[in-house]
Structure formats: C-alpha cells, structure tokens
Write a protein that binds this ligand. Structure first.
Ligand SMILES: *Cc1c(COP(=O)(O)O)cnc(C)c1O
Length: 375
C-alpha cells in the first residue's frame, strides 16, 4: 500500500467488495441486503463507501439520523435509506430527501402520521421497530392492536418493513436467548401482517446474526455494518473478512531519554533505562483516546510493536521505539489488516466499533481500489 506523509485513514474499497461478497454468500439469493452506513460508514468515509456498495448491488441503506441520510442523497445514493433513529424535529427534512423512518413508539408513529398527512403523502414507506429484549428502542410486541388501529386510520403511511435487533448475536452462549428473540419477532410480525391485511419485509439479523443465525432467521433482509468494514466479532471470522480501514501516521521527532527522564503531561512516563521515543502527530482529538496511553496501546513501526507511553495528548502521542530501527519521517501503522482495530481495542478493554468510529473528521481520508466493480 501507498506510503503516507501525514496521519491518514486509508479505505480499501477492494476489501469492502470482498466483505460484501463473503456476507452475501451466506444468504439465500432472494434475501435483501441492507448496508448500515451510520456514523460516517463506521468512521470510514460515507460517500465513497456507500456509492461503492450501491454499485455492488446492496438493496437498502441504513443510517442512524436524518442528517446522515441527507448526506447519502447529496453523495448521489438513490437506493432506499432507512433512518433507524429519526427524531420528530427532522421528519419534514426526512421526507424531503426521500428517507424512510423507523417508527418505534406510539408517540413517533402519531407524530410521523401527522407530518405525512400535513404533507399530503400517500402510502409513504415506514418501518416498524420492535423491542424483543434489548430494551433500547421499539414497540412492545404486545402493542399490535394499537399499531393496527393507528395505521388503519390513515392512508398517508404504509408499512414497508418490520424489524427487531438482537441482543447478543455474537455470543453463542446466549443462543437460547437469541432464538427466543427470533421466535418472538417472527410471531409478532406474522400476526401484524394478518391484522393489517398486507405483507411487508421482515429483518432482524446484524453482522453477527448473519454469521451465526443465517439458516434460521434471515427473513427477507439482513442489516450489516461491522462485517462490511471487516470485523466478525469473533476470531473465527478473522480469515474471512478484511478490515477496510488502515490508520497510518509518521514519526515527527525522535528523542533519547536518559534514566530518570520523564515524558508526557504530568510526567506520566519515567525512563528506567536509556529509552528511544518517537512522537506521532495523532492524539485524542484524532480518535486515539487516553485509554490507549500508558502502555495499553501500541503502534507498529516497521513490523514491530512500539508501546504508547505516557498520556495521549490532544494532537500527539509518544511511543517507545527502543531497539527498533526507524527515523523521523518514517511511516507507522496504528491499525490495519495485520494488527487490526479489534486487536488494538482489545488491549484497552473496548471493541472495534468504538475505535473505528472514533477516528475524527480531522484525519485525512484516502480511498484506495474500487476502480472496477463487476457484478
Ligand atoms: C448499527 C445497527 C446494525 C448494524 O450492526 P452490525 O453489528 O454493525 O452489523 C444493525 N441494526 C441496527 C438496528 C443497528 O443499530
């Protein structure tokens, strides 16, 4: 891969193609694929990633908020877009950009219906979200009567899909609970179809759901985020998926500390021996939090692990490069395909999702590959 001259997040669209095809191959031919591109496509680059996925043939996109959906439209995405967590103050804007809301409570169902009626819409597609155990967002499966009554009173909206979200799809020790969630969702959704007298799409699986439960619960569509970006939430899938993001930087300066010298704010590191350190233009304002300091995280310098020492600063961090042959201007890798974001995150007690979505908008993005898409 191309060498970088500053802190850069490289995004490999060929790896994205690989991941999409791997996940797609786990599904039946007719199952639709919804690509979850919320939070700037998990910290990568929403426009390039979404356009590439659209060219690969994904059927649907999902974002968390209305503004994210608007950004997809501005990037030229024409496929349908589900907004997972729309707030009523953005309903008009959502309709203006042909985005489709997830409705998750009596209050938002009523508010969206009012907006749709005032805009004189007819059969506008909406998605009903059911809570089957996460207890975060969603109608109770005991609210079918209420939903049916409200929907039968209006022609302004029409159910395009019903969905639910699994609590622990990556954890096979929770299989019994997961199968119970699947059963609860299936029963409620089928009953709702009967009561409304028409059909709509059902979907419940996220990436780990696809990897572990595709046989029993792929329904009409699946929703995948993290898998597209290269993580399967389990070492079993390490060979199958390729991280699409590599975060790289360069060495700004090298120092040689003598025993007893300190480094970093609050003298957070004290050298016990002669120590060679490298300062990197990457800090907590770029997404590498203080949690990675004081030896919890490391960077790769010419294939060797260099621990992060001292406290991570806003714009910089320092690594111990004692015994590693390197000089000012050399490239370092924070995470990529060898040492992955999942590896680095694990050392600090967190998960790939948090580390990759934290890479701030200050970091330069470089798109690699993806020249030819052959469906
Ligand atoms: C974010 C999200 C997903 C994607 O989950 P992954 O584990 O990244 O595949 C799917 N469904 C809902 C409701 C989500 O919020």
């Amino acid at each position: 891969m191309k060498r970088v001259k500053e802190t850069t997040l490289q995004i490999d669209l060929d790896a994205l193609t690989h991941n999409y095809r791997f996940l797609r191959a786990k599904l039946d031919q007719q199952t639709r694929f919804m690509a979850v591109v919320k939070a700037f496509a998990y910290g990568s680059e929403s426009a390039a990633v979404s356009r590439h996925l659209e060219a690969l043939g994904v059927d649907y996109f999902a974002v968390a908020y209305t503004a994210e959906g608007k950004a997809l439209r501005e990037a030229g995405v024409t496929a349908p877009v589900l907004v997972l967590h729309p707030l009523p103050s953005h309903f008009e804007e959502l309709v203006e950009h042909c985005l489709e809301p997830a409705l998750y409570s009596e209050k938002v169902l009523k508010e969206f219906t009012e907006t749709a009626e005032s805009l004189k819409l007819s059969a506008y597609p909406v998605h009903l979200k059911f809570n089957t155990g996460l207890n975060r967002l969603g109608f109770g499966t005991d609210q079918l009567g209420l939903i049916t009554t409200l929907l039968q009173q209006t022609g302004a909206i029409r159910v395009r899909s019903a969905f639910s979200h699994l609590v622990a799809s990556e954890d096979l020790r929770e299989k019994e609970f997961t199968l119970q969630q699947i059963g609860t969702f299936r029963a409620a959704a089928e009953k709702l179809k009967e009561e409304l007298g028409y059909s709509f799409l059902l979907h419940q699986l996220n990436t780990s759901g696809i990897l572990n439960y595709a046989a029993s619960a792929q329904f009409d569509m699946v929703r995948s985020g993290i898998g597209l970006y290269g993580f399967g939430n389990d070492p079993r899938f390490r060979q199958d998926l390729k991280p699409i993001m590599s975060l790289k930087s360069v060495i700004s300066q090298i120092h040689e500390l003598q025993p007893g010298d300190n480094l970093g704010y609050n003298r957070s590191f004290t050298a016990s021996d002669v120590t060679r350190t490298a300062t990197i233009p990457l800090g907590h304002a770029d997404g590498i939090g203080r949690i990675y300091g004081k030896g919890k995280g490391f960077l790769m310098v010419h294939g060797e692990k260099a621990p992060i020492i001292g406290n991570v600063c806003m714009d910089m961090l320092m690594i111990d490069v004692t015994g590693i042959s390197c000089e000012e201007g050399d490239e370092v890798e924070v995470f990529g395909q060898e040492i992955t974001a999942a590896d680095l995150a694990a050392g600090a007690g967190t998960i790939s999702y948090e580390l990759i979505t934290a890479v701030s908008q200050r970091v330069k993005r470089e798109i690699l590959g993806g020249k030819t898409v052959d469906r």
